[in-house]
Design a protein around this ligand. Structure first.
Ligand SMILES: [Zn+2]
Length: 335
């Protein structure tokens, strides 16, 4: 493949990740080896739907320089680790996929997987936690790759897969999600059916809230409804929730005014007892991303509900990530 074809493959893969629900918004990133030194990688904070071939960054991990119109993804270090450790690897994908992220929060050591699946994944390992974009995270992921595993769950964050082709890497990401979903669904998360009265209540609440906030939407997945039945706040276990939503999603009663008040105080997501969650983004893209994040947060919280030991992110890390995200977001909007 020549450079133009590789650039095209990367941008197509980004759009495919969005369509397959393996990433939301501008999270995750994709790269491909270009020559003995460089790799091409998606830029930092750019929407996959808008990313063109010319937007990619050409990165040199040896002297840490890059060429291109945008800064390379802040997670370029974890891609560099894959190319460095595995000479045969030509394609690396970092995702924020729902079920594997939940397995990365808790109980990875009991992952139910066949020998054949493990071989197809090229080995699987868990990397310890590091804040996004830090040396600590890069080191943790490199250590996981050093075990020979080509599929790595990043604790409290997501997944990174390395393959000798785009197809191999992509299939690994999909297979891992299937394995984790099989384990989590049916046990931690069961199918939820709202009765007629609950459905009426839900419609009435949304109509009321939309008078003040027309962009508000329900999150009505099984996991969101199941968590809302607990009537408890959900504390962040994953970096993307900490960034976009903050430390916690609170749970309120089913009076419209109470739900409305949550948005008045600046929240962008709130659970409503027994009915699911309501989210409110800055625009429709933002709201769609919040729907995915709240569902994922609920999957993870339900999966680890009976966990012993710490599964939450620290309040300090959450506050830091939320602040950095808000700064970055306002900068992007002003561009
Ligand atoms: Zn990430």
């Amino acid at each position: 493949m020549n450079e133009a074809q590789i650039r095209q493959l990367i941008t197509e893969t980004g759009r495919q990740l969005l369509a397959d629900g393996l990433v939301a918004r501008t999270w995750g990133n994709v790269s491909a080896r270009l020559d003995a030194v460089h790799f091409l990688i998606t830029p930092s904070g750019l929407d996959y739907m808008q990313t063109k071939e010319a937007d990619l960054a050409k990165y040199n991990p040896q002297d840490k320089t890059w060429e291109g119109p945008h800064k390379p993804s802040s997670e370029k270090g974890i891609h560099a680790a894959a190319y460095d450790i595995f000479p045969e690897v030509t394609f690396v994908i970092h995702t924020h996929q729902t079920y594997a992220s939940a397995m990365g929060v808790w109980d990875f050591e009991h992952l139910k997987i066949t020998d054949e699946e493990r071989r197809t994944l090229g080995g699987v390992a868990l990397a310890s936690y590091g804040l996004p974009g830090t040396k600590r995270l890069k080191k943790a992921v490199a250590n996981a790759f050093e075990t020979g595993a080509h599929t790595v769950l990043m604790k409290h964050h997501g997944v990174v897969v390395a393959g000798s082709s785009k197809e191999e890497a992509y299939q690994r990401a999909l297979l891992l999600e299937q394995i984790c979903k099989r384990q989590i669904c049916g046990t931690d998360i069961t199918e939820q059916q709202l009765d007629e009265e609950q459905m009426r209540k839900k419609d009435a609440i949304l109509l009321d809230i939309q008078r003040n906030y027309p962009g508000a939407r329900w999150v009505e997945t099984d996991a969101a409804i199941r968590w809302s039945q607990k009537g408890k706040a959900l504390f962040a276990q994953l970096d993307d929730m900490a960034q976009m939503i903050g430390k916690a999603i609170h749970c309120v009663g089913t009076e419209s005014l109470v739900v409305n008040n949550a948005f008045v105080t600046g929240a962008n997501a709130v659970f409503v007892e027994g009915l699911g969650a309501v989210v409110l983004g800055r625009d429709s893209d933002d709201t769609a991303a919040l729907q995915i994040l709240v569902d994922k947060a609920a999957v993870s919280a339900l999966h680890s509900y009976n966990a012993t030991g710490k599964t939450r992110l620290s309040g300090f890390d959450c506050a830091l990530m939320h602040l950095v995200y808000q700064k970055k977001y306002s900068k992007q909007k002003n561009r």
